[in-house]
Design a binder for this molecule. Structure first.
Ligand code: IFM
Length: 744
């Protein structure tokens, strides 16, 4: 697992660029150059294809059966595919000579552009400029355009635009053809998911600007193709546009007809006009979501890249979907939703785009029936959210997966059985959303039920230990997955106690504010009163491991007795400690995949006074597999380092997170963007370096900026009002009221 590391030092902090094409980085760069609009996304594969590429378009909610893991997001037709022929020779970067190359993704507007000067086998040069976007203004719409200029002499140009029904997910083909229609410069294609219940429809229109083109439609079964040909004078540019609409039976009864109708309604709007509308929508999104960093172009670009990736993944009009660990940018984790969403990505949305946060929480609300099924199947009350979730909300964590070194062996995956902290993480996200928005209606109608029903699960999962006089959670996995089947995991226990206390308060809040809802959620007023007592009783007696002498919180019972390993001895190894020591080997040591206890200190800051935080920071930092353990760790480590005043450490960890995908630190960026790292990066900036605190209506900061940063500026939306924060190194404390500007 060694990623060649590439660090972007951009000229323009809005542009992700690539000045030379390196086939070895093909798939990782396809991930980085993903475009999307919160409904579907398309990896940055080349329009004409390249050997070994992983072209993929993934749409929220469009799942297909998976042999080991129940379900995965299905790869949809590559709407951006184009073949360009110059005097009959097909443009292909493996042939001829690539004389000049540049690719850039404009994060400000979501436009992906590639410029290639290509010399074909006969020595003729052509300039090709590809541009594409998925519209943020029209969630069904995407467009691609290629502008072709023959450089040396006149040429016959032909462009073929297919809608191909044969994409697959690394060999698993999920699409079945239903019907298609072609005519002149328009085509449509109807498909369904094999073994699933989703139907899909794509429609396309093409046109050529700058030349008098002849159009033809090829009614190739399962790949309707529109073709245009023209004669181009030497040096003259003409542009072929392909405008595509994508519909699914998640929205309409007849998706292909609806996609067709959608394009027809656009009348003569072409690439430029549609792009302008999308760019305007991007402008509005950035107005509340941008973070400015002055004095550090790499950190600035990486921050905008992370925010961009979150914005293209966040569902704007859909309460039935959520964001997978790898967003919509790759096949990693099959599109499944983990705690990554609520704990790492959601805070960005809660504090800048609360409508998207509400959709993400509503996704969980609608899946309460499945969470109740899971709890009941395990013999517990209430609702237990699955470790991995997809369309129904039932558990989709695979029980077995091929071993990473030897695919003939299977490894048992226990997270779906016992990584139970996710229910508390979801409850935590609900209350954070409520605090930030003051959205009482959401809390009364949905949020409280989420929190209370999952608290019932905790109350029944807790085991009474009569000898110790405490409740324990035995046989769990905390966020540090290097250790499984542990008892009294601190992260789980402290969060469960917090969750139960919060749920008790919410039962009372609901009874006072919306008694009918309280009765509906609890069952009866008497049961509501019983729940309050039970929740408080369990919360008060959960075993919490904190040694007042040292300040240390033991990560789980017995952790301090494990073999201590000096990670400096392994500094040369560019792979995870789990792969070096083996699954059992690492379990016997204190080496951790991500800093559990520190994560807890972040989520529940009131539990840790300064001394406790410092003691645990020092202890666990030395034992964490920062670079090759979990990608979720570094951003949170940076945040805590900034809070403890360790600015140098904070910056190092921040940049580790910043390079997760752009530097392909773990060598797995090809699987998709590390969404949690992207969300964690935003949190490290806002809650770490800026030290933002929200207390009722009051917003304060305690800045601890890296020494070379000249400015950190961003906005948050707090209780319906935009608060601008603007920090410079001289000011290490600032304060603002809502609507005010924190200027230093
Ligand atoms: O949710 C994470 C987990 O904490 C570590 N393994 C990967 C998962 C998905 O990102």
């Amino acid at each position: 697992m060694t990623g060649a590391q590439h660090h972007n030092q951009p000229d323009d902090p809005w542009l992700l660029t690539e000045d030379a094409f390196e086939p070895a980085r093909l798939r990782a760069q396809e991930t980085a150059f993903t475009i999307g609009n919160g409904r579907f996304a398309t990896r940055g594969s080349f329009e004409e294809g390249f050997p070994g590429d992983r072209a993929a378009t993934l749409a929220h909610g469009v799942f297909a059966p998976h042999p080991l893991a129940i379900t995965e997001l299905a790869n949809l037709p590559d709407w951006a595919a184009l073949d360009v022929l110059v005097d009959g020779e097909r443009f292909d970067m493996t042939r001829g000579e690539v004389v000049a190359y540049r690719r850039e993704l404009d994060l400000r507007t979501g436009l992906l552009r590639r410029e290639v000067t290509w010399r074909d086998a006969a020595g003729r040069r052509s300039r090709l400029r590809f541009e594409r976007f998925t519209s943020l203004a029209d969630p069904w719409l995407a467009a691609v355009r290629v502008t072709v200029t023959p450089i040396d002499r006149a040429a016959e140009i032909e462009v073929r635009a297919p809608l191909d029904a044969h994409p697959d997910n690394d060999g698993r083909a999920h699409l079945a053809w239903d019907w298609q229609r072609t005519s002149g410069a328009a085509a449509s294609l109807a498909l369904h998911i094999k073994g699933g219940d989703t139907r899909l429809g794509l429609a396309m229109r093409v046109r050529v600007a700058g030349a008098d083109a002849r159009h033809e439609a090829w009614d190739v079964r399962e790949a309707p193709t529109l073709v245009a040909r023209w004669t181009a004078k030497r040096g003259s540019a003409a542009a072929f546009e392909k405008i595509v609409a994508l519909a699914t039976s998640r929205e309409v009864e007849s998706p292909a007809d609806a996609a067709d109708g959608h394009l027809a309604a656009l009348a003569d709007a072409g690439f430029d006009r549609l792009y302008a509308a999308s760019a305007e929508a991007w402008g509005a999104a950035w107005a509340v979501s941008d973070v400015r960093i002055e004095g550090d172009p790499e950190a600035q670009l990486a921050t905008r890249f992370s925010i961009y990736q979150l914005l293209i993944a966040g569902p704007r009009d859909d309460e039935q979907v959520s964001i997978g660990a790898k967003t919509l940018s790759g096949f990693g984790y099959l599109g499944h939703v983990f705690w990554d969403t609520e704990t790492f990505m959601l805070p960005f949305f809660t504090h800048t785009q609360p409508e998207i946060a509400r959709n993400l929480l509503a996704y969980r609300y609608h899946r309460l029936p499945a969470a109740r099924r899971k709890a009941a199947a395990n013999g517990f009350d209430g609702a237990q959210f699955p470790w991995e979730s997809a369309s129904t909300g039932d558990e989709v964590t695979p029980n077995w997966l091929p071993h990473w070194d030897d695919s003939t062996r299977l490894t048992r995956i226990w997270t779906g059985d016992i990584e139970i902290h996710i229910s508390a993480c979801i409850a935590h996200a609900v209350t954070a959303y409520w605090r930030a928005t003051g959205d009482d209606a959401f809390m009364a109608q949905r949020g409280a039920e989420l929190v209370i029903d999952t608290a019932r699960f905790w109350a029944s999962r807790a085991e009474w230990d009569a000898d110790g006089g405490v409740y324990r959670f035995r046989d769990v996995i905390g966020p540090d997955e290097y250790h499984d089947h542990v008892d009294d995991d601190a992260f789980t226990n402290y969060l469960a106690a917090w969750h139960l206390r919060t749920a008790a308060e919410l039962v009372e809040w609901l009874a006072a504010r919306a008694p009918d809802r309280a009765t509906a959620v609890a069952g009866s007023p008497a049961e509501a009163a019983r729940l309050v007592g039970r929740f408080r009783d369990v919360a008060a007696r959960i075993h919490l491991a904190h040694d007042p002498a040292t300040g240390l919180v033991e990560q789980f019972r017995g952790y301090f007795g494990l073999r201590d390993v000096d990670l400096a001895d392994f500094a040369e190894h560019r792979r995870s400690m789990q792969s070096i020591l083996g699954i059992e080997g690492v379990t016997g040591t204190q080496v951790i995949k991500q800093p559990d206890v520190l994560m807890l200190a972040y989520l529940l800051p009131d539990l840790f006074d300064e001394r406790t935080l410092a003691a645990n920071y020092a202890y666990y930092t030395a034992r964490t597999d920062h670079a090759y353990g979990s990608s979720l760790g570094p951003a949170i480590q940076a945040l805590l380092a900034a809070r403890t005043g360790a600015a140098g450490d904070a910056y190092r960890h921040f940049m580790l997170a910043a390079r997760a995908d752009l530097g392909d630190v773990r060598g797995n960026a090809s699987d998709g963007v590390h969404g949690a790292s992207a969300g964690g990066l935003w949190q490290a900036l806002v809650f770490g370096f800026a030290g933002l605190r929200l207390d009722g209506d009051t917003v304060t900061t305690t800045a601890n900026l890296p020494a070379h940063w000249r400015r950190l500026a961003f906005s948050i939306v707090h209780r319906g009002r935009v608060v601008a924060v603007d920090l410079r190194p001289a000011a290490d404390e600032a304060r603002a009221e809502p609507d005010g500007e924190i200027a230093a």
